[in-house]
Structure formats: C-alpha cells, structure tokens
Design a protein around this ligand. Sequence first.
Ligand code: ADP
Ligand code: MG
Length: 463
Amino acid sequence: MRVIIGLEIHCQLATESKLFCKDSTLPAEPNTNVCPICLGFPGYKPKVNKKAIDYGIMVALALNCKINKSMFFSRKSYFYPDMPKNYQITQYEIPLAIDGFLEVGDSKIRIKRIHLEEDPGKLVHVGGDITSAKYVLVDYNRAGVPLLEIVTEPDFTSPKQVREFLEKLSSILEHLGVYDSSREASLRVDANISLEGGERIEIKNISGFADVEKALSYEIVRQKGLLRMNVKVERETRHYDAERKITKSLRKKEYEEDYGYIFDPDLPKIEITDSWIEQIKEKMPELPDERVKRFVKVYSLPEIQARVLIYTDKYLADFFEECCKIYENPLEVSKWIITYLLKSLNWHHMSIRQSSIKPKEFVELLELIDNGIITERYAKELIKEYVDTGISPKKIVEKKLIRLDDFQLEKIVEEVIRENSEAVEDFKRGETKAIEFLIGRVLIKTNKQADPKRIREILLKKI
Ligand code: ADP
Ligand code: MG
C-alpha cells in the first residue's frame, strides 16, 4: 500500500524583535514581551521587520525556490484564544517563494511554497493535553514572533525519509543562522499523510523529529487497519500524544477557504528587487552539503564521518574545526568526537553547545595520550568524567598525579629497584636505556598515574 506524506514546517526565525513590532523574541516571564501591536489593540499599525524578510530570502535561496518580486501580507481570520486580533497576519495568495526542492539521499523533495507569518500566542494546557486539560493559560510573548512556513509537495514515501529531510533542513537553517535549534519548539511540523485509497489526515504541531517519525508510523498502522476493515479514512486533523505515542482526533479538517483571507490593508506591498536578492546571495554562508565536501577535501575525513559531524549539529562541526586549528591530526579528532564524546553527550541528552566542553581542553586529552601519560582506555573514561563534571582532562589527570605523593612514589621506586636488580646493574654499567625500562615498571605499578619526569628524578637519586 503506497504511503503519501507532505509536510508543513513552521520555523521560528531567530530575529531579535518580532515580525511587526519591536518586542523581544527572547524567552521571558509570560506576557511581558508584549505591546499594543502584537496584542492587537485597535489603531496600532504593524511594521515589517526587514531582517525576517532577509532570513526568508536566505532560506528560499538555500531551498532552490523562485522568489516573488512583490511581497504581500494577508489576514487569516479565525477565533481562538491564542490570537488576540482574531486574525493572523500571514501570506496566502502570493507567498514569499515557490517551486523549490531539497535532495535527501537519492530523492528530490519538492518545496511548494515558503511564506512568512506571525506566530500566535502559546496556550499552556494545565492538567492534561489539548484534549484533556483542566484549564488553559495563554502567553502572548510568542504572539508576533516571525515564523517561516515551508510547505512541501506530498513527495515523501516513508516516515524515515521525513526524519532525514527534517534533520537536513534543520542543519541548513542552522548554517544559515536563521534559527536557534536549542529553543523550545523552534521547529514545528504539521504532517499530512494518506494511504492509497484513503483521504489524507493532518497531524498538527509536532515538535521533535523523532516524534514526527513515530506519529507517522502510528498513523500508517491505524489507517491500514481502517482500510482493511473497509472503513473510510475521512479528512481530519489529529493531535500526537507523545506520552502515549498515539494520535487522537481533534476536529474535522477545515478548508483554507473557511478563513476568509483578505490582503492586510495595514501593510504596504514590498518590492523584492534583484539587487536585494543579489546582496543576500553574496552573504550566503557555506551550506551543509558543501561543508561535507570541504571536510573530505581539507581534513581527509571519510564522507560518513563528515556527515555525522555536520548533520548531528552545526556546532559539533564548528567544534571539530576549532580542535583542528590547535591539533594537527583531524582523523584522530573526528574519531574521538564521534566515537566517544558524542556517546557521553547523548547519554546526558546534551548538545555540544549545552555542555561545557571546550576545544582547547578536549585536545589536551589527545595530547595526554600522545605523550604516553594516559592510555587510550583511560582516555575513554576521562571523556565521561570531563562531560560529567566539566573539569578539563588535564586537571583531572593532574589531580590524580598529585594524589600519589612523593613518599608513596619513592616506595614504589624502591620496590622496582629491588625487583629489577639486573636492569639497575646495566644502568650502572652505563646502559642508559635501562632507566627507561625502570620508569616503565614504575608507571605500570602506579597505573600510569605518576609523572614520568618525577619518576626519573627519584630513580636517579636512589640508584
Ligand atoms: P490545503 O490547501 O488543503 O492545505 P495544500 O495543497 O496546501 O492543501 O497541502 C497541504 C499539505 O498537504 C502539503 O504539505 C501537501 O504536501 C500535503 N498533501 C497534499 N496532498 C496529500 C496527500 N494526498 N497525502 C498526503 N499529504 C498530502
Ligand atoms: Mg495549507
């Protein structure tokens, strides 16, 4: 049975101020980032934030879209407590851009349209979810935050492909610097899905990529079950319950015509000139796919490793590059990041940016191995401790070295001299290499927790 999926993705743009007023978009106490414009007081007129349009154009270019020369905003009327004006300013008839695509693996997912709109306020459902809450609180801080809506054609054939697409899209948005993935629900997805022979249903407002994949997988099973029993799948809007991992019916699908769109008379038509687009093109940063190619070429990384570094999180790739500036072996850096650092971060559900890991300190770990002060096996433990505590590897090792004080070390050295009289004699006869052997013995006995230089000093004194 053929599965058809299309997405509507809402990305919160990381501008400093809102789309139509000067209020901050940063997290704050509920209902403090508000003003008469975003609260919809009569007589207060919106003004467009140019930065939001710039960001929209950047995304449109990155997704290979055609950009419309004239920009209009429209009012989408509806009555709901998250929308104080009873209409949302959005774009409908003429979106910012149309007809793009993004490649995922071997498939090309077509982008139908990209448009700018204001986010509604946030509803906080207390004592349950949207279908079961005891009461609802409203926070208008979010009202008016710029959203970029990206609508795809129904080109996806599996939930897994959807997830790959979203990960790639998120990485592109991060590289463009237009959104902050660490902010709560900064990317929200409405997923439309139909099975051959059935109507499509829409699952609204899912914020994690793993949840999008799970919600869609659940829907496939549910819709298959219905179709098998000859029950018609009707067009409707559903909600994903992340705790119970199921979707629930919200309402019969409303149609776009129901919203009575009109052009917003408060806002002027804006011309998007070629020179405006050219200026933005010139400033476009390197995108993830180009970056993968560069990592392979410049750092000689296998492509698969470059992909992990770049698509896991832009800041992980940045971290890798910072490390390579101070440590000359990129393959080692990549290996230690991907195999061990990522594991520890994931275990804490932490991104590199949320952790206190620093390139300089991380590289110390590799240097400790190179200098024979710690073994690779111990280094793996050390990474965990570093992520857990934020104390640098070098400091952790130094603390352990100090713990073994001179008195203890002298006793171990004496032991080694007693047990290896032959090597001691060799050294006395002038075979200077024998001292290295003795240092090695001491290191083994101290679990490599002693400073080789100090061991040498004590040995020379005792022999
Ligand atoms: P509407 O105007 O009714 O919202 P759109 O054409 O804008 O419809 O499509 C909305 C979303 O639904 C798009 O993401 C699109 O890819 C998706 N979609 C359209 N047809 C189907 C289908 N048959 N099955 C699944 N998704 C679909
Ligand atoms: Mg639509």
